[in-house]
Design a protein around this ligand. Sequence first.
Ligand code: F6P
Length: 364
Amino acid sequence: MALHKLKRIGILTGGGDCPGLNAVIRSVAKPAMSHFHASVIGIIDGFEGLVEGRTRELSPFDVLGIINQGGTILGTSNKGDPFHFPMGERSNMRIVDASDQVLTNIRNLQLDVLIAIGGDGTQTIAHKLSEMGVNIIGVPKTIDNDLMSTDITFGHDSARAVATEAIDRLQTTASAHHRVMVMETMGRYAGWIALGAGVAGGADIILIPEIPFSWDSIFDSVLKRSKGAKFSIVCVAEGARPRDGELAIKEVDRKRTDPVRLGGIGELIAKRIEDETGLETRTTVLGHVQRGGSPTPYDRILATRFGTVALQAASNGDFGTMASLQRDRVCTVPLKDAVGKQRLVPEDSQLLFAARALGTCMGD
Ligand code: F6P
């Protein structure tokens, strides 16, 4: 790696946190400081902190022993889109374009490159800034695994592991009480977490946003199971919806990069199952438990590979790109190819095929 041109490296984590963020920060900061004697400027709370000029220079001690830590030592926010920046409080709140402020702050901080670790919101902002001339490189994170142009994002494996363990635990209590257990996972408009955990945990019914479900297929499936195994596990993604119904929305908040917060479909399904079949049903909403805690070894390794490749790309002047896993090789792809579209579970997914082959009800 030849980092001769990079003296000051900015780094931020944007959007919802996920396990592995600290592993990326470490894998950028350690080689940057030790091999290349560059200063690493941590931006506090993502793009929100960049607009507001909140930064702190990282020391080698800051990145010591953090590879196994969840969260992010830099803090994050999903309310800091510089192009739609919320100014003022509640009734006085207005949305302004603060991108000029970002350019000024980057200039004042004398950053040679900005490494932006985040999901589609963060990478979309990174792409827009790159088009305005900012030297920027993205690193793809999200538990949802819904980013284009990479085979997987870091954080997803950890979330899927938590959700799988939750199903394992629900299996025993469901079996003991002969109940239907409905578990709602995160994932926004993509079903990767629910499908992965559902298959790994042996769920009987898996409902994902990509396959709008029919109520009857769920009722038939739990009734059939009630006569044999006497219990059922339903793993439902928060973005799943009935064929004849709407998405379950918890909140709409204009300050957020993605204003819509999903949630509530698990409760609705449990209630409908109980009402229609008379089977005793309980709901578990995993929520932020999926995003917390220590990253799995897979995510620590992927995050480390992403971070080192991002730094290498920076030293090569390969700006306007995002680190990406392509067939087990980490490389960079143009940011423009990673944004504007979500990576959903495709119809011909082998995992979907496997689930169906095992007799899992997919709600259709
Ligand atoms: O994008 C990550 C994610 O955890 C989604 O799965 C979920 O819908 C959303 O963030 C929750 O956002 P918040 O942390 O703002 O409630």
